[in-house]
Design a protein around this ligand. Structure first.
Ligand code: ASP
Length: 352
């Protein structure tokens, strides 16, 4: 019989009406009671917290990472389900995936409709997550997301719909498995970098600030520079297109990198990789200024990669060395799957 531990953190799947709106307040046992447990699966609940996921802090996410690690220290456990708000599920799931050094599945799930909704999606999602977490077929597939009959890899998967039941997808990839008639159909095994060691227990003061700044028409570098001025150790630049901004933003990135700030480059576009194609403020110049291109990761997960790289290399300072070769940048490149050197993704046209 499979043994699954459900770590309950809140979200809509644990939400009830509060008089003016919905908010998480239910405990994990109440959430579990809504779902059919797959035959032969034994379940134990760990109540970690019950909050709307937009309120989660890095400290909360590290507590979740540590709790999952402790649960897996029991060899009698076959897998973990994390019930989580959908708003930031992609961030917590990716943080756990980057540190997941165990073949047993960790499966995140949640709901678009609250706990007591008639025909809510929570019960089905939780059933499917329990099925996936107890499945021998999904061992070695890393951290997963079970939602609306699909099982996605944590890496690359984002919330793509604010209200509809099929809330999650990897816009640049495809699901790992489907659940059909209560059975798993596994399609592929996600590619993952070597896992990071668990970060040391950190005091709040030691946790690095990592900000996200989006580019748009008429944007100047003020908000980017404000993030650096506020003490950010990392900034994710959400650029336009394949990763483009302006010469002024490039100058701000160069100055930040020279001060030891990790800068990651992603895009506002839902699907496809960022790529070094354009100059005059484009990704060619941003990469030359020291920004790390984050492939197909979108802002929330790019931020988690920067955070994880910073936590994995305590005491290192990118300002001490040539940008692009310091330990934190090397770890970040590995986590995002970027090439070690800044090789152009598109070759220059041959000289006439
Ligand atoms: N606001 C909720 C949360 O992320 C949304 C959800 O769970 O679907 O906690």
């Amino acid at each position: 019989m499979g043994q699954v531990v459900v770590i309950s953190t809140g979200g809509t799947i644990a939400s009830r009406w509060q008089g003016s709106g919905f908010a998480a307040d239910a405990r994990g046992g109440d959430v579990l009671a809504t779902a059919a447990v797959p035959e032969g699966v034994g379940v134990r609940v760990v109540d970690l917290m019950s909050v709307n996921s937009a309120r989660l802090t890095t400290r909360d996410q590290l507590a979740l990472l540590r709790t999952a690690h402790e649960v897996l220290s029991d060899p009698g456990v076959d897998g973990i389900v994390v019930t989580h708000g959908t708003d930031t599920l992609e961030e917590s799931a990716f943080l756990l995936d980057l540190h997941h050094d165990d073949p047993r599945p960790v499966v995140f799930t949640g709901a678009q409709l609250p706990l007591e909704a008639a025909d809510g999606d929570g019960p089905r999602n939780l059933h499917d997550a329990l099925l996936a977490a107890s499945s021998a077929e999904l061992r070695g597939h890393g951290v997963l997301v079970a939602f609306d009959g699909r099982i996605h890899a944590a890496r690359g998967t984002i919330k793509v719909r604010t209200l509809a039941a099929d809330a999650f997808a990897d816009p640049s990839g495809s699901p790992v498995a489907d659940v059909e008639d209560g059975r798993l159909l596994v399609h592929r095994r996600p590619e993952r970098p070597a896992p990071l060691p668990l970060p040391p227990p950190a005091e709040a003061a030691a946790l690095p600030r990592v900000d996200v700044v989006m580019h748009h028409c008429d944007a100047d570098p003020l908000l980017f520079e404000a993030a650096v001025g506020a003490g950010a150790r990392g900034v994710v630049l959400v650029a336009t297109g394949a990763g483009n901004a302006t010469p002024e933003v490039v100058a701000a990135v160069e100055a930040a990198v020279s001060r030891g700030v990790l800068v990651a480059l992603t895009t506002r576009v839902p699907a496809g990789p960022v790529a070094e194609i354009y100059t005059h403020g484009g990704a060619v110049d941003l990469a030359a200024a020291g920004a790390v291109l984050t492939g197909t990761l979108r802002a929330g997960q790019a931020r988690i990669a920067v955070l994880a790289a910073a936590l994995a290399t305590p005491g290192t300072d990118a300002a001490d060395s040539v940008p692009g070769t310091d330990p934190r940048t090397r770890v970040l490149r590995r986590l995002v799957g970027a090439p070690a050197a800044d090789a152009p993704a598109v070759s220059a046209p041959a000289a006439a």
